[in-house]
Design a protein around this ligand. Structure first.
Ligand code: 4AD
Ligand code: MG
Length: 460
């Protein structure tokens, strides 16, 4: 007997005579001579329809086959008379594995995403979250394909670090010092007694370590979780999120922007080709313009403008913004969205930001005022990629340490990369969840990560 997943059954060419399949009951309908049940095992969106004849000895248990219960079925495939699928399973036997009663929360279709968020242990069994997390799986695979096809080397950067790469101070501390932190100033704690004999944190970015590896392997990437203790409760920020960070030696800002834009396009293309069923569902229930927008992104080149041009466009727009636009301050998401959705009507790559609003590692331009930073902005989200060319000149970097009040001793290894065979190099970070939001039209980041961590919430 062949044991198959629903996906494998629905796509098989000839009818199996003896097949076993397992899954969770979605619905049951009883008639005089037989019952129909539909089961789903998460391998695809579609259910498998099963016909259970009243003459079957297992039929006596039919009332236990309720929505949410788990079952194992064996029998033969028959061509489906109903539309939408090729095969049904004519049961020769059906066994209840785990019962479920009428308190099962997913009895009916059409729950709100907020409700489903509260039952994160069951929501993967719903249609919409099934599609989201299967798409998330495919997208991870596509990310690796993209880089492996281009001979990038994957590097696993540490989750526990001692440095604040972004310099924003939004760090989660890692400590085994018990219960003493409350109310005590930092300088009252002897970190030499702590587990790592120094202050340590959850990483906000794998970039600095990726730079080490790029200085040996030329083209590398990381793909892992990152953590930010940023107290912003927005639909686009999570405290734990996944980031893809390529780092390329012998590469300037131009090459970096080219790579970021082609990665975004590649992932859109891959999803359109491989996740059609899921995209159809999102277009029907989440965002009716989704497919149109994704195809549009593939067809058109991204717009590229400097930060100062972006500020000028925003100032001249006549648009009322909650946060005023001024040269020298960060672009807010409303500004980013105006540029992509209203002004250019396509993704926009903004580059050359003022030095003062960017981290220490970005390469200073000849004008001494701007750095070779770049952000890729997409409609509906705003910033999806942030990156830069890195400062490879030791003297300029040391100068940056002064302005950013960083201790060069703490970063001695980072500085030595500039001492021994330094090269121009660049990289960026693509927010994996932001990319998923863009591809699915799902408006809240909490719904594209299996177990979201946000300020005040770390359930499951
Ligand atoms: O712009 P960010 O902060 O860049 C860096 O961390 C660089 N070290 C990357 C690099 O050059 N290697 O973050 C990169 C991307 C953002 O563009 C955004 O898509 C995502 O990470 N991101 C978040 N996603 C979800 N929740 C948050 N709190 C995020 N913060 C950043
Ligand atoms: Mg950024």
């Amino acid at each position: 007997m062949e044991k198959l997943l629903v996906k494998e059954i629905l796509s098989c060419q000839s009818p199996y005579k003896n097949v076993r399949v397992e899954g969770w009951v979605r619905t049951r309908r009883d008639s005089k001579t037989f019952s129909f049940i539909e089961i789903n095992d998460g391998s695809c969106l579609k259910n498998l329809q099963i016909i259970i004849d009243v003459t079957l000895s297992d039929y006596t248990n039919i009332n236990q086959l309720t929505t949410g219960s788990s079952v194992a079925v064996f029998g033969k495939l028959v061509e489906s008379v109903g539309k939408g699928q090729k095969w049904e399973l004519q049961a020769d036997g059906i066994k209840l594995i785990g019962a479920s009663d009428t308190s099962y929360p997913l009895q009916k279709k059409g729950h709100s995403q907020e409700f489903l968020r509260d039952i994160a242990h069951l929501r993967p069994r719903s249609n919409i979250f099934g599609c989201i997390f299967r798409l998330r799986n495919r997208l991870s695979y596509a990310v690796h394909n993209f880089f492996q096809e281009r001979n990038f080397i994957l590097v696993h950067t540490p989750i526990i670090t001692a440095s604040d790469c972004e310099g924003a101070g939004e760090l989660f501390r890692v400590t085994t010092i018990n219960g003493k932190l409350n109310g005590i100033e930092d300088n009252g704690i002897d970190y030499s007694k702590d587990f790592f004999a120094r202050p340590t944190y959850l990483t906000v970015s794998g970039q600095l370590e990726a730079e080490i590896f790029a200085s040996a392997f030329t083209k590398v990437y990381t793909f892992g979780p990152t953590f930010r203790a940023e107290n912003s409760n927005t639909s686009r920020h999570a405290s734990e999120f996944w980031m893809i960070e390529p780092e390329m030696a012998f590469c300037d800002l131009e090459g970096n922007m080219d790579m970021a834009e082609s990665l975004v396009k590649y992932l859109v293309q891959d999803t359109l080709v491989n996740c059609d069923e899921d995209l159809q569902l999102f277009t029907r229930f989440i965002d009716k313009d989704l497919l149109k927008r994704l195809n549009f992104v593939l067809d058109k080149p991204f717009e590229r403008i400097t930060y100062s041009d972006a500020v000028n466009i925003l100032k001249k727009s006549g648009q009322k913004f909650k946060f005023p636009v001024s040269y020298g301050s960060n672009l807010q998401s409303e500004h980013e969205r105006f540029l992509t959705e209203k002004h250019f009507k396509r993704p926009v790559t903004v580059f050359n930001y003022p030095r003062a609003i960017k981290p220490f590692y970005m390469r200073l331009n000849e004008n001494g005022k701007t750095v070779r930073a770049m952000d890729v902005l997409v409609p509906g989200i705003g910033e999806i990629v942030g990156g830069s060319q890195r400062e490879e000149r030791l003297d300029v970097l040391l100068d940056n340490f002064k302005t950013h009040h960083l201790d060069p001793k703490e970063y001695w290894w980072y500085l030595e990369l500039r001492k021994y065979g330094t090269v121009p190099h660049s990289g960026f970070g693509l927010g994996f969840e932001r990319m998923l939001m863009f591809l699915t039209g799902i408006p809240n980041i909490r719904d594209v990560i299996p177990f979201p961590r946000t300020p005040g919430s770390a359930d499951f």
